[in-house]
Design a protein around this ligand. Structure first.
Ligand code: NI
Length: 253
């Protein structure tokens, strides 16, 4: 069965049918889902969903685009939210220079502080790195004690090789199915099967043939089909390997 290691079911896009959708996912072969928080309130919402649905897990974290109005005690609040048996990671955390690179220093501080919390809680991290590959790599290289996944990996093949050597997992999402996905496909080819995770990033990043529509975990199959094609393996082999990887990294029960 599939494991979606990155889906935002706390997003308002699911306000009309969240509970129905989450309840029916196991019938579509989705065994487990990880809902990563982006700020304090979405981390709390993700925690509530995880506590309501046995197949939902969550991560607590501050996303690099969510730094405005961060309260002084945000670090202790995240630590408190993470204090749940359903919390399997700190995330999503990282750097994002795509929209606004003016807060680079603050982004780095918040990222590193969360790497430290993750280590002290013995949790993996879910990393968001958009247009910030150099700085992200530099920070990760100084924090060898952390482990986790680069969510929707978008860096170079060279950086991917380095991260893989350091034990990182790489997350693959809908964009690998897009026509212009040459770089992502190159990275996928060099990533060993035991380091691949599948993610939807729902409600965003819908794969072809449902691109442009609201995404949900049922669409993992399109991502898996693409990975199977690139790797020359069967869909079943990809599903079983990626589920095992998710259970291993996130210690899912
Ligand atoms: Ni995300």
């Amino acid at each position: 069965m599939y494991i979606d290691t990155h889906a935002h079911y706390d997003d308002k896009a699911f306000d009309t049918d969240r509970n129905e959708l989450l309840s029916l996912l196991p019938a579509y072969g989705v065994e487990a889902i990880i809902d990563p928080g982006c700020n304090l309130s979405s981390s709390m919402q993700a925690r509530s969903l995880a506590e309501a649905f046995p197949h939902v897990y969550f991560a607590a974290g501050i996303h690099p685009e969510e730094l405005t109005d961060l309260p002084d005690d945000w670090l202790s609040q995240i630590t408190r939210i993470a204090d749940s048996t359903k919390c399997v990671a700190i995330g999503e955390i990282g750097l994002d220079y795509y929209w606004d690179a003016s807060e680079k220093e603050l982004q780095k501080q918040v990222f590193e502080a969360q790497l430290k919390i993750a280590h002290s809680l013995n949790l993996p991290v879910i990393i968001h790195d958009r247009e910030a590959h150099g700085d992200c790599f530099e920070i990760i290289s100084r924090h060898r004690e952390n482990r986790g996944v680069f969510h929707c990996y978008s860096g170079s093949a060279e950086m991917a090789s380095e991260l893989l050597k350091m034990g990182w997992y790489l997350g693959f999402d809908g964009p690998i199915t897009y026509k212009n996905a040459r770089k992502a496909v190159e990275v996928l080819s060099l990533t060993p099967l035991d380091k691949i995770l599948i993610e939807t990033d729902s409600p965003y990043l819908s794969p072809i043939p449902v691109r442009g529509k609201r995404n949900d975990s049922r669409n993992l199959r399109f991502i898996v089909e693409k990975i199977a094609e690139v790797k020359g393996l069967s869909v079943e082999e990809i599903v079983s390997a990626t589920s095992q990887n998710a259970k291993m990294l996130f210690q899912l029960a």
